[in-house]
Design a protein around this ligand. Structure first.
Ligand code: ATP
Ligand code: MG
Length: 738
């Protein structure tokens, strides 16, 4: 009966069979935490005769939930996992609410509003309250309401404590929005997490019944739970107290979404009798991969020191790809995939390509498609299907074909021109009467007897279209797009909204702009708008017709949590991209944990890539290599041609006569390196040069861009992570080499 437990090591086995009382497993990546949950579920059913209906397992993504169910099924042979409660927090909580939400005044067939729906409701509420979207952007309001909800702050309380104009307005809107949600019999994403608490408080009998049902509760990735998730799980487990959580503080990557690392750190305060297990063997990655990951994470000051040793052999060194721009980077990733497949027999499904921001996926997608490498984008909508891209593309399509009604409806009131559904219906009637197209009706709206306000709005819209058409006659796609953005101010509006979501959209539009420029550069003869649009449509088609399951996985690092792949590419390892802009030391530490998550997904091989220049925000930027690369022991990193960085570093030292490392290859933890720390005595100022990573007492961390002069007059131009560019006199700056 217990033979399957032989697949586990002793500590894992002990964690599996400790089925009663609170238990926590705090352990590093790849040590088998998720495996322990899976085996524990199987053990409970097979050996302790627990009914699957009494087991609840909470995961972070649907993919993780699916995999867990599949593995349990395999372990139980006859697939008796039916009835098990395995799912994400959102899906399980929704299921709980479906059963009893009528008790707090909703109908059981409530709708779940996604972010777009919820925004549209916020807009309606603002209109009713006469609060203009110009005075407070909708996304700002949405963010403020979401934060209030997740902190269990009611509208009245929010109103009392509102400290600035935005908060005051948001608190008013919050109240009406909440009422409207209820009128719509709808819950937004935040409600899914917090309504169970309202339900349990109002109806303790519902909670009691669920407490009976969930005799065993298991939570994966506990480090990323937020307050609401934590509280609901705690309440559900309060009766039987068989609560089993696994996590790794070094992989906490969702603090920006309210995840609270103290949930894992305080587990023992919550449950004094909690058993804790530490898993120290990593079964996933080769020794070198693990060593590199440990080098990096040990640069974080805030962390629980954990032992993690590789169960596997040393493996190969990591490979660094130094590309000259982002297209070259993508090409070389594609080349490596093709070579490894042909020469070493890896399948497409063995490869994962990670990036820090969604916008980076576009070039990678293009190259995969060109080289006929099957790929799939996970965790986010394909670049071309994102709303802001579709909106911009709709303009381009419409310029080319003014009978494209779908595109017209997308753009006629975007950005908002106060052309509502009623006006469009009237316009339709007019078009039908005269037997003309909708756009012709717009052009002739002066003769339709419409209100002057509408006629004005329509003619300002058609003026935009006509101007763009003129530009398109002999201009490049890039010129058309630039003109579009200038005329409509769409990027500017997103930028002034200044919310994380609007900034992502802004970035994506800039990426489209880069793409257009790139296209025109590469297709000087055929670079027409039509070709450009065809490229885009094929991209989305290709994505959809993906049939087999043998493809390269493309995803952001956030979406890669918990997964593993034989070969991992971590791309865009540049300052201000990965790590992304960081304003606080905590943010840099979170970026570093994210990089740690990325590295620890790999089983056999890691490729680290960066580009010396990159089109970003519609412009070409000179890039500096990410500080994270320098945190890895140079003796386990090689270039594509097989030279070790440590050798290159040594050669550079000899050639330049430097005695201290200056390119940041050294790791703080690497025993072989001669890392220089502390303030250097003025008499022996180090020789700075381009790429040296430094730390200034006031400006913080930075990278040297260039050096002017020598001796007492030497100056260095430095780009500081938080303080921008500065030129300093070396003699007085007290710079520390990082
Ligand atoms: P992460 O922190 O990344 O979520 P994890 O701790 O959940 O990692 P798992 O995904 O459970 O780790 O395990 C990592 C890999 O090691 C998996 O492929 C798993 O099957 C394998 N593994 C774990 N324990 C053992 C073991 N005792 N024997 C063989 N393989 C194991
Ligand atoms: Mg896991």
């Amino acid at each position: 009966m217990t033979d399957f437990l032989n697949d586990l090591n002793e500590v894992q086995r002990n964690a599996v069979i400790a089925t009663t009382g609170p238990v926590m497993v705090l352990a590093g990546a790849g040590s088998g935490k998720t495996r322990v949950i899976t085996y524990r579920i199987a053990y409970l059913i097979r050996n302790e005769g627990v009914s699957p209906q009494n087991i609840l397992a909470l995961t972070f993504t649907n993919k993780a939930a699916g995999e867990m169910r599949h593995r349990v099924d395999t372990l139980l042979h006859q697939g008796s996992s039916r009835g098990l409660w395995i799912g994400t927090f959102h899906s399980i909580f929704a299921r709980i609410l479906r059963n009893s939400i009528d008790l707090i005044g909703y109908d059981k067939n409530f709708s779940i509003f996604d972010s777009e729906d919820s925004k549209s409701l916020i807009r309606q509420s603002m209109a009713e309250l006469n609060i203009s979207v110009e005075s407070v952007p909708v996304n700002t309001v949405q963010g403020l309401i979401s934060r209030a909800k997740n902190s269990f702050i009611l509208p009245s309380e929010f109103h009392r404590n509102a400290s600035d104009y935005n908060q005051q307005k948001a608190s008013q809107i919050y109240e009406l929005y909440a009422r409207k949600l209820k009128e719509n019999n709808a819950l937004d994403f935040d409600d899914l997490l917090i309504k169970p608490l309202e339900l349990f408080n109002a109806h303790p009998e519902v909670l009691q019944e669920l407490q009976e049902t969930f005799r065993y509760i298991m939570i994966d990735e506990y480090q990323d739970t937020n307050r609401a998730q934590y509280l609901v799980a705690k309440m559900l487990g309060a009766k039987h107290r068989n609560i089993f959580v696994v996590g790794d503080d070094a992989q906490s990557i969702y603090s920006w979404r309210g995840a609270d690392i103290s949930n894992i750190l305080n587990f023992q305060d919550d449950y004094h009798d909690a058993l804790t297990f530490k898993l120290v063997e990593n079964y996933r990655s080769t020794g070198n991969i693990l060593k590199a990951a440990n080098n990096v994470i040990s640069c974080n000051l805030r962390q629980i020191k954990k032992e993690l040793i590789s169960h596997r052999n040393e493996g190969e060194p990591l490979t660094l790809i130094e590309a000259y721009n982002e297209r070259n980077e993508a090409e070389r990733v594609g080349e490596q995939i093709r070579n490894l497949r042909l020469k070493q027999g890896f399948e497409f499904r063995s490869f994962a390509v990670f990036y820090r921001t969604n916008a980076q996926s576009r070039v990678l997608e293009d190259v995969m498609r060109q080289h006929k490498i099957p790929y799939k984008i996970f965790g986010s909508v394909s670049f071309y299907k994102r709303k802001e891209i579709k909106d911009a593309v709709a303009y381009l399509r419409f310029i080319l074909n003014d009978r494209d009604g779908e595109s017209l409806l997308r753009i006629i009131n975007f950005p908002p021109r106060k052309i509502g559904d009623v006006s469009i219906a009237k316009l339709r009637e007019f078009a039908e009467d005269r037997q003309i197209s909708l756009y012709e009706a717009i052009l002739h709206s002066g003769e339709g007897g419409f209100q002057p306000r509408l006629v004005n709005a329509l003619s300002s819209f058609s003026a935009v279209i006509e101007t763009l058409r003129k530009v398109a006659v002999d201009g490049t796609v890039y010129e058309v797009l630039t003109e579009l953005f200038t005329l409509t101010s769409i990027p500017l509006l997103l930028q002034t909204e200044n919310t994380p979501e609007s900034l992502v959209r802004y970035e994506n539009l800039q990426e489209l702009l880069s793409m257009a420029r790139d296209f025109s550069d590469h297709n000087p003869d055929t670079g027409s708008l039509g070709d450009f649009l065809e490229n885009i449509s094929l991209a989305s088609d290709y994505d959809e017709t993906q049939e087999s399951d043998n493809y390269v996985s493309l995803m952001t690092v956030h979406a890669a949590k918990g997964l593993e792949f034989p070969v991992v590419f971590i791309t865009g390892l540049e300052e201000r991209l990965f790590p992304l802009h960081c304003y606080e030391p905590e943010e840099l530490e979170e970026e570093r944990r994210l990089f740690y998550v990325a590295m620890t997904r790999a089983q056999e091989k890691i490729f680290l890539s960066w580009a010396q220049s990159r089109y970003q925000y519609g412009q070409q930027h000179h890039c500096l290599r990410s500080m994270f690369i320098g945190e890895i022991d140079a003796s386990i990193v090689q270039t594509e041609s097989g030279n070790f960085l440590s050798d290159r570093q040594a050669k550079e030292k000899v050639a330049s006569g430097f005695s201290s490392p200056s390119r940041g290859y050294q790791s703080k933890t690497a025993t072989s390196s001669s890392a220089v720390a502390g303030v250097l005595p003025k008499s022996s100022q180090p020789a700075f040069r381009e790429g040296t990573m430094v730390h200034h007492a006031v400006f913080g961390p930075g990278v040297v861009l260039d050096v002017q002069g020598s001796g007492a007059k030497q100056k260095v131009r430095i780009t500081f992570r938080n303080a921008g560019e500065k030129t300093l006199m070396v003699q007085y700056a007290n710079l520390r080499i990082q």
